[in-house]
Design a protein around this ligand. Structure first.
Ligand SMILES: Nc1ncnc2c1ncn2[C@@H]1O[C@H](COP(=O)(O)OP(=O)(O)O)[C@@H](O)[C@H]1O
Ligand SMILES: [Mg+2]
Length: 301
């Protein structure tokens, strides 16, 4: 069974906390790549990760992580985990934090030093190994947390909201690390409530709401392109009539026009029509629905 089960699998998993149904008959299967588990706060994302790790028990349902039962030695020996909220002792150096986790993970002490060098390099802290955590920025602490998750080169890495507390530079750095993991063939499970975070790194996503997966697939297929924003000058009335055939027009305060309800396949035709009408095009920006809009639409179906 272990050889054939996908790295991450949840089958009919329900989790109740008293009257709260955190997960409601959740099914999920991740085979490879970077998988985004996307949903609003309270959707059940952290609960799903805790169940996968055996940190909490499902009320019912089954599944496996890295080929082993939830929380089993066979599973935990192949995974890395970055919790949503964590804090390392400020007086420890980065190397000491990593060494502590090498010990907790029962990595052969003879390997610690090379393993610590390797992970520090991946997360971009190679020259800060002997600095104390207390001197680290939030972004550096998050990278150190990622380093801990990457010790012993796990096959599956679970990251719970790895970038939500970071500034744009920190987010960029974490994304680059996640991309590097994908290159190595590591399976990454990424919890996030931020659509923008997920869309930049994930191969596949599941959108979760109130403990249920309400949509799954590739993000652009799921979201589609429902509208496009165009900046053009010299657009005549005839030009406007021509582009109105592509969707509903909406004039923005900044002079840009949004064409709503357009299929992404028709964007080149739209641009030809605008240019054909004698206007000059400065920008064409496909607009994704917001996650909230997508939710409302999915829930309405
Ligand atoms: N230990 C707990 N005790 C009681 N309720 C909990 C506990 N953990 C989570 N919940 C509830 O379960 C639901 C899902 O929470 P969580 O998995 O943390 O969501 P997310 O990570 O998507 O924000 C929420 O309603 C939350 O309040
Ligand atoms: Mg959470």
């Amino acid at each position: 069974m272990a050889a054939t089960s996908p790295p991450i699998q949840l089958e009919h998993v329900t989790k109740r906390y008293g009257n709260v149904v955190a997960l409601n008959d959740l099914n999920l299967s991740v085979q490879e790549g970077v998988f985004g588990f996307l949903g609003p706060n309270g959707a059940g994302k952290t609960t799903a990760v805790k169940i996968l790790l055996g940190l909490t028990r499902a009320t019912s349902g089954s599944g496996s992580l890295a080929g082993g039962a939830f929380g089993s030695k066979g599973s935990l020996g192949h995974i890395g985990y970055l919790p949503e909220l964590f804090r390392y002792q400020s007086w420890l150096t980065a190397r000491e934090v990593l060494a502590l986790h090498c010990e907790l993970a029962r990595i052969d002490p003879a390997k610690w030093s090379t393993e610590i060098d390797r992970t520090l390099a991946i997360v971009g802290l190679a020259d800060r190994g002997t600095s104390r955590v207390g001197t680290f920025s939030k972004g550096m602490q998050q990278r150190l947390g990622l380093g801990v998750a990457l010790l012993d080169d796990p096959a599956v890495v679970l990251l719970d909201e790895p970038t939500s507390a970071l500034d744009p530079v920190g987010r960029h750095d974490v994304r680059e690390i996640i991309r590097a993991l994908r290159e190595r063939g590591t399976v990454v499970f990424l919890n996030s409530h931020l659509l923008s975070e997920v869309e930049q790194v994930c191969d596949g996503v599941a959108i979760v709401d109130r403990g249920k997966v309400i949509a799954q697939g590739k993000l652009d297929e799921l979201l589609g392109t429902s509208s496009v924003r165009v900046r053009a000058s010299g657009l005549s009335r005839e030009g406007r009539t021509a582009i109105a055939r592509f969707g509903e027009l909406d004039d923005g305060a900044d002079g840009a026009i949004t064409i709503r309800g357009i299929d992404r396949e028709r964007i080149p035709d739209l641009v030809s029509a605008i240019v054909g009408a004698g206007a000059r095009v400065y920008a064409v920006e496909p607009q994704h629905e917001t996650l909230e809009e997508r939710f409302l639409r999915l829930l309405g179906q």
